[in-house]
Write a protein that binds this ligand. Structure first.
Ligand SMILES: Nc1ncnc2c1ncn2[C@@H]1O[C@H](COP(=O)(O)OP(=O)(O)O)[C@@H](O)[C@H]1O
Ligand SMILES: [Mg+2]
Length: 333
């Protein structure tokens, strides 16, 4: 198949691994920067150019949209979707998972556990908000943060108040969250591909840090995910509607609590920690999706063909009307 990886930089570990995995499975791959696309919006005829040329034949798009270009990147993904090109993670699913508040709202609607999270916009309500998340220490989080940047811990109510006030003054959307202390600086990352966990690791924050992100100096270890955790990860990816997802979970006293779901999970940390060919698993899933789609098309063609021949027969055989009742001569004819 002709694969297109949307990524700003072909040198990135994740991008180059996807390219290698696709080539080794006999596919043709192109990497293109989402910002190089020209989107044409016209009634009934969505189209797209890459630089000055109309885009070539594309069987499947794998988006790796960085947080800094979310809006334009998602417009490109949506355009492919509208043009009938299958995308591995559609624009709505990516947008859902990228907004932490939106993601949490959807997860809890489906009874999936998350740390208690409060969102408010007035300083007067800080005391109540803090009570709702179990007091300090509490987590203050930017709704759109990544790589640990934008996730803070506040040790005292005063610290919470001043953090919230400062961030509100800067126009940031934030949430206050229960601090899961028993996780002790560790979290679990499960990679879910096509509704199945293909790899999992435990990440441990470095000394003096509560965030386990590898970008913040955390270390990682391969793990066999407990069934409850695997089920939670798969359910979370499903609620988001993501075909490929990196699901972050905390191990709490009461079981898995989902922290966030990443639509473009980094492959370097997980592949190094687990030696699993995650890129290969993603390409294999793209193949399965395409095969499923082709089968559906074929079935649709058969059904449509059958309908067409029935319509033709019905139009050829006159249907007599007896006593106002329609007699179908076609059946059994
Ligand atoms: N409520 C929490 N309780 C304990 N640790 C947390 C909590 N929220 C986040 N962390 C730690 O901070 C890290 C980063 O938080 P996360 O919400 O995943 O933001 P980011 O999108 O920046 O990775 C997590 O991987 C986890 O180690
Ligand atoms: Mg995270």
């Amino acid at each position: 198949m002709n694969l297109l990886v949307l990524s700003r930089n072909p040198q990135l570990y994740s991008t180059s691994r996807l390219v290698l995995a696709a080539r080794s499975r006999g596919h043709t791959v192109t990497v293109a920067d989402p910002l190089q696309f020209r989107i044409v919006i016209a009634k009934g005829l969505p189209a797209m150019f890459l630089n000055d040329a109309p885009i070539g034949r594309t069987d499947m798009v794998i988006p790796r949209i960085g947080a800094s270009i979310t809006n334009y990147g998602l417009a490109v993904v949506r355009q492919f979707d509208m043009m009938g090109v299958p995308v591995l993670n559609n624009a709505v699913a990516i947008a859902r998972s990228r907004d932490k508040l939106r993601a949490m709202q959807l997860l809890t609607k489906r009874k999936i556990d998350v740390p208690t999270t409060v969102c408010a916009r007035t300083p007067e309500s800080v005391e109540l908000s803090l009570k709702l998340v179990g007091g300090t220490p509490a987590i203050v989080k930017l709704q759109q943060g990544t790589q640990g940047i934008g996730t803070m811990i506040a040790e005292t109510p005063q610290a919470v108040t001043s953090l919230l006030e400062a961030l509100w003054a800067m126009g940031q959307d934030i949430v206050l969250q229960e601090y899961i202390s028993e996780a002790r600086g560790a979290d679990l990352r499960a990679i879910v591909v096509g509704g199945r966990v293909v790899a999992a690791m435990r990440r441990q924050a470095r000394a003096g840090e509560f965030r386990s992100n590898l970008h913040r100096g955390g270390s990682s270890l391969r793990i066999d995910l407990d069934k409850r955790y695997a089920q939670a990860a798969v359910a979370a990816a499903k609620v988001m509607g993501l075909e490929v997802a990196g699901v972050d979970m905390l191990e709490s006293k009461t079981g898995p609590k989902i922290l966030e779901i990443n639509s473009s999970p980094g492959l370097e940390g997980i592949e190094r920690a687990t030696s699993v060919d995650v890129a290969g698993a993603i390409i294999a899933h793209a193949e399965r999706l395409l095969a499923r789609r082709a089968k559906r098309r074929k079935k649709d063609d058969v059904v449509e063909g059958e309908r067409r021949s029935t319509r033709m027969r019905e139009s050829l055989i006159p249907v007599p009307v007896a006593g106002g009742k329609r007699v179908n001569l076609v059946r059994g004819a």
